[in-house]
Write a protein that binds this ligand. Structure first.
Ligand SMILES: C[S@@+](CC[C@H](N)C(=O)[O-])C[C@H]1O[C@@H](n2cnc3c(N)ncnc32)[C@H](O)[C@@H]1O
Length: 220
């Protein structure tokens, strides 16, 4: 497995983030203590995160255990630039940065630095324990399996569709699967909640949830 991590590391070399401004801004919606607990008690050595954005959540996991390596999948494509511009003045970004000038600087930095460099600048000091995979899930997952990756913990925070869950579980049946978006889109009937519950029923898991976070545990 260390060999697998080394192989993956060479696929996306860490870019030079000297002078790049970091923004430790998360899109997570609370309840991540459930995942913290798994990291602190289960001591997984390798975690896979699907959907990293600016790597604020990855930084959280890495800060909890010096022996944890996180493999993070995200295309970090330019669509995130327009997305971040739309956050200016909205409640989420305003809570993090009440000052409007700071919010505008945030959006400008994402545009000029690019989402990928900005994300990795946020992980300064964790270069040896975060492996970025600039790709789309679930398409890239079989290639990660072929490279020898065996995550013990998987955190899904990307498309809100069932395929990330199904493919992750098919490839790594013993991995603990968790994710975000439990509380997302009440007006649409909480689609991720439905997806996770359907998956749990089909594969024999129980679901624990708190705010945005959900965790699957094998039913006894
Ligand atoms: C909600 S954000 C992730 C937030 C992050 N985990 C945090 O806590 O700050 C969703 C991310 O998923 C990424 N994404 C969208 N489609 C994806 C896909 N098919 N595979 C991997 N990542 C994807 C987006 O680029 C975006 O950065």
């Amino acid at each position: 497995m260390p060999h697998a991590l080394e192989t993956l590391r060479t696929h996306t070399p860490w870019p030079d983030t000297e002078g790049v401004r970091a923004w430790d801004y998360t899109l997570g919606g609370g309840g991540r203590e459930l995942v913290d607990e798994i990291i602190l008690t289960g001591k997984p050595k390798v975690m896979l995160e699907i959907g990293c954005f600016l790597c604020a959540s990855a930084k959280r996991w890495l800060s909890l255990d010096p022996d944890l390596t996180v493999v993070g999948i995200d295309p970090w494509d330019d669509g995130l630039i327009e997305q971040c511009k739309r956050y200016v003045g909205r409640p989420g970004l305003t809570r993090a940065y009440p000052d409007m000038e700071t919010q505008e600087q945030f959006a400008r930095d994402i545009e000029t630095q690019g989402p990928f460099l900005t994300a990795l600048a946020n992980l300064k000091g964790f270069e040896d324990r975060f492996i970025p995979v600039r790709a789309y899930s679930p398409d890239v997952l079989p290639a990660l399996k072929d490279a020898g990756l065996e995550p013990e913990l998987i955190y899904i925070d990307a498309t809100k569709k069932a395929d990330d869950l199904e493919v992750s579980h098919a490839l790594w049946p013993n991995a603990r699967i968790t994710g975000d978006d439990w509380h997302w889109a009440r007006t649409k009937g909480y689609p991720m909640r439905r997806t996770v519950n359907d998956f749990a029923d089909k594969h024999g898991f129980t679901v624990t949830a708190d705010h945005a976070t959900w965790v699957l545990t094998p039913a006894k």
